[in-house]
Design a binder for this molecule. Structure first.
Ligand code: ADP
Ligand code: MG
Length: 283
């Protein structure tokens, strides 16, 4: 359980406040996401939570204890997937994992080969990391974060630099972690990642949280309650969703034409983001 109240942060005294009073809470077994463009303050907030940045103001409680009071044992409890993977390039993937695993009292709680298999890297586990592509390094980064089976996980842009298939693998693994009851905090500027993964999404822009809700709630609240029907020859017609079953015009249209698609006009999370924050998600 993570509770953050009025979190504020400046990198330099007298510098701009890059987090301007942020509130949120993350329940156990929940995937919580920060969605926002580059420079919004997502990584800064995460770095504070994993105790790399100090000197914040506000209050952060982790499992009922003030973050400032947590000692070394905190790092046993959390797993961090950094935004920019920092591996030892001359060492193999396996050696990297063993080296970083040696920092934990419990070491790695998984079988190392199984971890590599989870992310489709088993063929490369004995290769030096300097031969890895960016996507392979990201996948190694992911298993590094989960290897000691921590209770709380932070993933900073977990799907960035991955092709759609590998991005899906990572998303599925994050969902598996949720099933195991982990508390998960991700940041992303990809609206699909936020939409597909998160139980709660917080929109962040310019160091402020503008709104927090489940993705489905955002989309319903901002969508048009219309159904769009498209025919084989490309004609489209829109009908109000309300009482659609009794709408004679609609029924006549779908009975009398070869329909190729029928969709509700739900807003995308990106459209909602733009409408609420006035910012785009493009980096
Ligand atoms: N080490 C740093 N020193 C000074 N300013 C920084 C530093 N890191 C990030 N910033 C600034 O803080 C703001 C938020 O950055 P960041 O948290 O990295 O955003 P995001 O992860 O959403 O892209 C940006 O304006 C960025 O330029
Ligand atoms: Mg970032």
């Amino acid at each position: 359980m993570i509770q953050v109240k009025d979190l504020r942060y400046r990198y330099k005294k007298g510098g701009p406040e890059v987090l301007q009073g942020i509130h949120f809470s993350i329940a156990k077994g929940e995937i919580f996401g920060f969605l926002g463009p580059s420079g919004a303050g997502k990584s800064t907030a995460q770095k504070i939570l994993y105790k790399i940045l100090e000197g914040y103001s506000g209050n952060i409680m982790i499992n009922g204890k003030d973050l400032r009071e947590w000692g070394k044992e905190y790092h046993e409890m959390i797993g961090v997937g950094f935004e920019l993977p920092n591996h030892y390039l001359k060492l193999t993937g396996k050696e990297n994992l063993e080296f970083f695993g040696s920092f934990y009292k419990s070491g790695s709680r998984y079988n190392i080969k199984e971890l590599f298999e989870k992310v489709g890297l088993e063929h490369a586990m004995n290769e030096p990391v300097e031969n890895y592509s960016k996507g392979m390094k990201m996948r190694l980064n992911f298993i590094r974060a989960i290897q000691h089976d921590p209770e709380i996980l932070f993933f900073d842009e977990p799907t960035s630099g991955l092709d759609p298939i590998n991005a899906r693998t990572i998303k599925e693994l994050i969902k598996e972690l949720r099933c195991k009851g982990k508390t998960i905090f991700i940041t992303t500027h990809h609206m699909e990642t936020a939409d597909q993964l998160c139980d709660q999404v917080a929109f962040i822009a310019n160091g402020r949280l503008m709104a927090t809700d489940p993705p489905s709630k955002f989309k319903e609240a901002h969508g048009m309650p219309m159904v769009r029907a498209r025919t084989q020859n490309g004609d489209t017609r829109e009908f109000p969703l309300e009482h659609i079953g009794q709408n004679r015009e609609f029924l006549h249209f779908i009975q009398g034409n070869p329909i190729t698609s029928l969709k509700t006009q739900e807003a995308t999370l990106e459209e909602v983001f733009i409408s609420i924050t006035g910012e785009t998600l493009r980096p």
